[in-house]
Write a protein that binds this ligand. Structure first.
Ligand SMILES: *Cc1c(COP(=O)(O)O)cnc(C)c1O
Length: 500
């Protein structure tokens, strides 16, 4: 009985408190007036500032309501809180894409944007962005042209192909090739090559989407020439070879090379197309890596079409490059999907500038950031790591443990998955803070530093770092702040406020 009566009483009291609190909240206008004229909002649209204030007010309001029936703060105190919150939000107005420092040791990190572009490619983007260009205009004839013209000649020269076309990425290239050449017909592919790449590129799904019928042959670990030959019939449109990019079958395994596939195809008058994935244009062995097949090799072996990415080992912008026989490329060019999958002028400008470097630059490793990273020696990386260490060591307290350690870096983006290059990392440990806490703090630094968490420390691999001094500055500031916070928490009685 007592409970039953107490309940409505408490509710009444709560709703009265609630009404009182909401009654003396400052208005959006009041808070916004406080902000106008301040540096944070001087260059911003008024309606944007109002929207940010409104959000801040909502946040403070729900904070007060959640705090329950403690004595509500004074109105001017609440206003000050809202203004501070809004000002912080206006100050922290980062663009959607922010520069980060890649210290993961993964050279082509898909989550961090893969290849960084060479300077001439960056300039080409700026030029194409700022001015009109001959994107689809034939300057000789004074008539409509094709956007492939910007890159076709270079691609053919580099790969030995007759013709070339470019779409948005390699996933689009494979889709277009299958839709354009095999819709409603069969494509023979080895079960050992039915791959999934990160980000939901799954070969069977792309095949289904293209309208082609997948004809699987062989087994996961072994596929023989007779498997392909036995599957060819009147419905066969293509033989497809796919680079197993991000995995390796080792041990009792067999696959059919592209030259052998071409020989089988010729007997039955069926073309071979190959998804090369990374599609290096240089010999990867010269970087101490395994051999990554090149488009030129597949073309020389007689493949009808070869597709590969622009932003993997090639070191250019995101794009899907297709090179091969003129008649096949022409069928793709007139396909409606090509219009939907085409890439924009900024991409073409960057790709064209990158390909020109391949043909003209006397020192490719210096010109292309991706190749520059791959060619860094362990000795050089050791010196780099020491340089960063020296710049920050003196600024941190004794709870930090900083060392240069050997590590292994990776190519990434599904290129050469079994291969690692010896590298050097700055190893950051701390007496109390966990590697995850250190990593989180560095993600908040400016610019954010992305490292690799190992069992007992945070590793910053120097191979992929593009600016050592910037890294040192960002690190020193973030770690100093973290150290101060930790020391502050340590001074609290029983360290009650610590923990994650
Ligand atoms: C990476 C890769 C793709 C996808 O390329 P994107 O350019 O990322 O679309 C397709 N096939 C293979 C074999 C790959 O390695």
């Amino acid at each position: 009985m007592v409970r039953k009566d107490a309940q409505p009483d408490r509710r009444k009291r709560q709703s009265a408190e609630r009404a009182a609190l909401l009654g003396h909240l400052p208005s959006v206008d009041e808070c916004a007036r406080e902000l106008t004229g301040r540096a944070e909002s001087r260059h911003l649209r008024r309606d944007y500032v109002i929207a940010v204030v409104r959000r801040a007010l909502q946040k403070v309001r729900s904070g007060l309501l959640a705090a329950g029936h403690q004595p509500a703060p004074r109105r001017d105190e609440i206003a000050a809180r809202v203004v501070a919150l809004a000002a912080a939000a206006l100050n922290d107005d980062w663009p959607g894409l922010r520069r980060v420092i890649n210290a993961t040791g993964v050279v082509l990190h898909t989550n961090l944007g893969r290849a960084a572009l060479a300077e001439p490619a960056v300039s080409a983007i700026v030029e194409a962005a700022r001015y009109p260009s001959n994107l689809e205009y034939d300057l000789e004839r004074g008539a409509r042209g094709d956007r492939d013209a910007a890159v076709e000649a270079e691609l053919c020269a580099l790969t030995g192909a007759e013709a070339a076309t470019v779409v948005n990425n390699n996933a689009a290239a494979v889709l277009l090739a299958l839709a354009g050449l095999a819709r409603g017909r069969e494509v023979v592919v080895s079960r050992g090559e039915l791959i999934e790449i990160g980000g939901s590129f799954r070969l069977p799904e792309i095949m289904a989407l293209s309208g082609a019928v997948m004809r699987e042959v062989g087994t996961t670990n072994r596929t023989h020439p007779r498997d392909y030959a036995g599957a060819i019939g009147p419905e066969t449109a293509l033989l497809l070879k796919v680079h197993p990019s991000n995995f390796r079958v080792v041990g009792f395994s067999a696959a059919v090379g592209v030259a052998e596939l071409v020989a089988i195809g010729r007997k039955h008058n069926v073309e071979v197309i190959e998804d090369l994935g990374s599609g290096a244009l240089v010999a990867t062995q010269s970087y101490g890596l395994g051999h990554e097949p090149t488009a030129a090799e597949s073309i020389a072996a007689g493949a009808g079409l070869v597709s590969f990415s622009g932003d993997k080992l090639l070191g250019g912008p995101q794009a899907g490059l297709i090179v091969g026989k003129g008649a096949l490329i022409e069928r793709l060019r007139v396909h409606p999907l090509r219009r939907a999958l085409r890439c924009d002028k900024l991409t073409l400008a960057a790709l064209s500038a990158t390909l020109r470097l391949y043909r003209r630059s006397a020192d490719l490793n210096a010109a292309l950031p991706t190749l520059a990273m791959l060619s860094r020696s362990a000795d050089q990386l050791e010196a780099d790591a020491r340089r960063v260490l020296e710049q920050i060591a003196g600024r941190l307290d004794a709870d930090f443990d900083l060392r240069v350690v050997p590590c292994l870096s990776q190519v990434g983006a599904g290129s050469l998955p079994a291969e690692e290059q010896p590298s050097r990392a700055l190893r950051i440990g701390h007496r109390r803070l966990s590697p995850d806490e250190l990593a989180a703090a560095l993600r908040q630094s400016q610019p954010p530093v992305i490292g690799r968490v190992s069992a007992d420390a945070l590793l910053l691999d120097l191979r992929t770092v593009d600016d050592l001094d910037l890294l040192a500055r960002a690190l020193a500031a973030a770690l100093e702040r973290l150290g101060d916070k930790d020391a502050g928490a340590q001074r609290l009685p029983q360290g009650k406020e610590r923990g994650k």
